[in-house]
Design a protein around this ligand. Structure first.
Ligand code: NAD
Length: 354
């Protein structure tokens, strides 16, 4: 099984190096993994004048999954938009039709205090937001600003979902729930928006083939409230692109630290791009203090969703839980009485726990 490793910019190479060590350790005694590196983002621009060099795309096409670090940095901020580091990521999503974005929000009991919510509300939280990534009002046509018949300027966008787009994300939600607590909550605004009433109807139809999974529906305004009131009521939340954009950021804050959260973006073949939700953190790049756990947990998602190596994925997640229980903390999650370590030392601890 081949993994394309695109470390990118800023802290990307530092945190990815630790995830690579974890994958190599697993490969030594288990699944056969072949890792190959290629530049992306600012590093791609430096190497080949393009944030997504052709050779990088070719490597990804030959691979079963992509492990992605992060892209961007002040050095590249003045480049024309098409050459900016972020374009490397956006073009990868488009090229591989990565329509499903999975964002688990897990609160390890040891880090419950890091949330702005009361520890008892978030301790043990384990929810997954499944966001549709390639449709909805973000891509619907027509859109623009025009002068209407009264001579007044008006802005407009089009919310649009096809049946097949809704079906494939709904199927993935039910399949994913089968590997978890078998509960799916579909979030919409069916009381106001036709498109999302249609979303609700199609999700309900698809549910007919997944009777072993419990399905509920919730309006997005209520979901935003329930996420901070009682987030542990949820298992899998499935929703469209715009609602998912907002709710997944809200959910990430339940956990307190951006350095702990992995994500996956998948296509219909199970091919995926796996990355921490945070950016390239230029303020701490090169200092060896970044938290590598979000990237290591992204590697666990890669093992689970693209390589079907559930046992290996669980080993990695258990190792992360163990180092937290042992008291290892990077600076972003530091607390009195615990041992503050750097990026490499945290990687060492995870390897030892493995
Ligand atoms: P950021 O996520 O890079 O950083 C926000 C804050 O969180 C910073 O204080 C940073 O030090 C801290 N932080 C982030 N990851 C951390 C980690 N692993 N360990 C410890 N602390 C961590 O967001 P930003 O500062 O808004 O953006 C910086 C650059 O990253 C920009 O160029 C932006 O475009 C880019 N970006 C890239 C991605 C991506 O690659 N997917 C996502 C978001 C932002």
């Amino acid at each position: 099984m081949k993994i394309a490793v695109l470390a990118g910019d800023g802290i990307g190479p530092e945190i990815t190096a630790e995830a690579v060590r974890v994958l190599q350790a697993l490969a030594a005694g288990g699944p056969k993994l072949e890792l190959e590196h290629a530049p992306v983002g600012g590093a791609g621009y430096d190497a080949a004048g393009d944030p997504l060099p052709e050779a990088t795309v070719k490597l990804c096409e030959r691979s079963d999954a992509i492990l992605f670090g992060s892209v961007g940095g002040p050095k590249y901020d003045a480049l024309p938009r098409a050459r900016r580091p972020e374009q490397g990521l956006l073009r990868l999503r488009k090229h591989f039709d990565l329509f499903a974005n999975l964002r688990p929000a897990t609160v390890f009991p040891e880090l419950a205090h890091a949330s702005t919510l009361k520890p008892e509300v978030v301790a043990g939280l384990d929810l997954l937001i499944l966001r549709e990534l390639t449709g909805d009002i973000y891509f619907g046509q027509p859109r623009g600003v025009r002068t209407n018949e009264n001579g007044e300027r008006e802005g407009f966008d089009t919310m649009r979902y096809t049946e097949s787009e809704i079906r494939r994300i709904a199927e993935l939600a039910f399949e994913t729930a089968r590997r978890r607590s078998r509960r799916v909550c579909s979030v919409d605004k069916a009381n106001v928006l036709e498109t999302t009433q249609f979303w609700r109807d199609v999700v309900t139809e698809v549910h007919g083939r997944y009777r072993d999974v419990e399905l509920s529906h919730m309006y997005v305004d209520n979901a935003a409230m329930q996420l901070v009131r009682n987030p542990k009521q949820f298992d899998v939340i499935v929703t469209g692109n715009m609602f998912g954009d907002i709710l997944s950021d809200e959910a990430s804050m339940l956990t307190g630290s951006i350095g702990m959260l992995p994500s996956a973006s998948l296509n219909a073949r199970g091919f995926g791009l796996y990355e921490p939700i945070h950016g390239s953190a230029p303020d701490i790049a090169g200092k060896g203090v970044a938290n590598p756990l979000a990237t290591i947990l992204s590697a666990a998602l890669l093992l689970r969703h693209s390589l079907q190596q559930e046992a290996a994925a669980q080993r990695v997640e258990a190792a992360v839980r163990k180092v937290l229980a042992q008291g290892y903390r990077t600076a972003d999650i530091a607390e009195p009485g615990k041992r503050t370590v750097g990026t490499r030392e945290m990687g060492d601890a995870v390897l030892a726990a493995l």
